[in-house]
Design a protein around this ligand. Structure first.
Ligand code: KG4
Ligand code: ZN
Length: 348
């Protein structure tokens, strides 16, 4: 593409040959990927900052921004080299503009705009939550709609109806803690380390999921969820029973989270007449949740779409995929679009 700086008014041909560079820096992963035609992942590079933050027991925003600054250029360069393409072949640059940590987001957004300007191609602003909805599609492009997507990440727990790509309806969400947040807080309380989800999952492998009957708040009621009371119940149980087996606590906590999520997701699918259930977000990497979703889909006659584990957690392939759909539907984003830390998913 050539000529003036692209704006939202420019018509852009978006098809199966359109190659998009995705950039993701919203939290503690610095990621870049090249995706062709909306789902063909040509390269995907993720540089995790986990070790930098582990000693603090969580993500330190200032450390995250500085690390993104150092890592982003090499990560983008590696994504281009691994794809084996010339950078002049890239048709657009898509980047997460929110939600996330403001300093971290700004590193990616500034780089994406600079590259779009230098290469004279469109810049596409991507909502990180919308991108998580596309993770399952990257592994199974034949996905049939409508689906209900259960998006379970560190900051969000959403049930979303996707009737067509680019159009969503929010069906339910957490009224307090996100599922990943509950895993992280329980892991910290049990001294299992950071990040909490994989640590709880590992501990739970040696435990009995039926050992402790933790509460399942709002299980039989609507499509919203609540995990704050469960987290408190875990703490109270451990304080009252100091000799309790940590593996049993982890397994019973995980069973309660998975039970509620699967019941709600199936209820949502039934209510909107979805043909399938898809997962997205970091908690979707959890094996117990994945097995329970597949079992429930078999029982309810639904198709289950599970992204590979590397596509569940933050990555830039899902950003490029969402960017392909946004570019097709809306055209390029204006270059004055800023980073929005508390960006929401647009629900219709
Ligand atoms: O989607 P993600 O990588 O980043 C956000 O957008 O938040 O999700 C991170 C969250 C963290 O809370 C992490 O503990 C959780 O996903 N997580 C898991 C697992 N792997 C990551 N939770 C449960 N089981 C896992 N295997
Ligand atoms: Zn995420």
């Amino acid at each position: 593409m050539s000529g003036d700086v692209p704006t939202g008014d420019d018509a852009v041909a978006v098809d199966s040959d359109t190659l998009i560079l995705g950039i993701e820096t919203s939290c503690d992963e610095t990621a870049a990927a090249l995706v062709m035609g909306g789902f063909d992942v040509v390269s995907s590079v993720v540089s995790s900052q986990i070790e930098l933050h582990a000693t603090f027991g969580g993500v330190v925003p200032e450390i995250a921004s500085r690390a993104h600054l150092e890592l982003l250029n090499p990560v983008i360069a590696r994504a281009i080299v691994e794809a084996g393409v010339d950078e002049r072949r890239i048709d657009a640059v898509a980047c997460t503009v929110g939600p996330g940590l403001i300093g971290a987001l700004l590193v990616g957004v500034s780089a994406a705009k600079a590259l779009a300007l230098a290469w004279d191609v469109p810049f596409v602003a991507v909502n990180h939550l919308e991108a998580h909805l596309y993770a399952a599609l990257l592994d199974d492009p034949s996905m049939e709609l409508p689906v209900v997507v259960l998006l379970v990440s560190g900051g969000h727990t959403l049930l979303v109806e996707m009737r067509e790509f680019g159009h969503y309806r929010l069906l339910g969400q957490t009224i307090d803690d996100a599922a990943g947040e509950a895993f992280d807080k329980v892991a910290r309380f049990l001294g299992l380390g950071y990040p909490g989800g994989p640590a709880v999952e590992r501990a739970a492998m040696d435990g009995d999921p039926a050992a402790i009957a933790f509460p399942r708040a709002m299980r039989n009621d609507g499509l919203d969820v609540s995990f704050s009371g469960l987290k408190t119940a875990v703490m109270n149980h451990v304080r009252a029973n100091p000799d309790v087996d940590t593996a049993d606590v982890a397994a019973s906590f995980q069973a309660a989270v998975v039970d509620v999520l699967v019941v709600k997701a199936c209820r949502a699918a039934a209510e909107v007449g979805a043909v399938g259930l898809a997962l997205g977000g970091g908690v979707a990497a959890n094996s117990t949740l994945r097995e329970a979703v597949l079992d429930a889909c078999t029982a309810d006659g639904l198709r289950g779409y599970l992204p590979s584990r590397s596509m569940c957690t933050d990555n830039a392939a899902m950003i490029a995929a969402a960017g392909w759909h946004r570019l097709r539907l809306d055209g390029p984003s204006a270059l004055d679009v800023g980073a929005t830390p508390n960006l929401r998913l647009a629900s219709e």
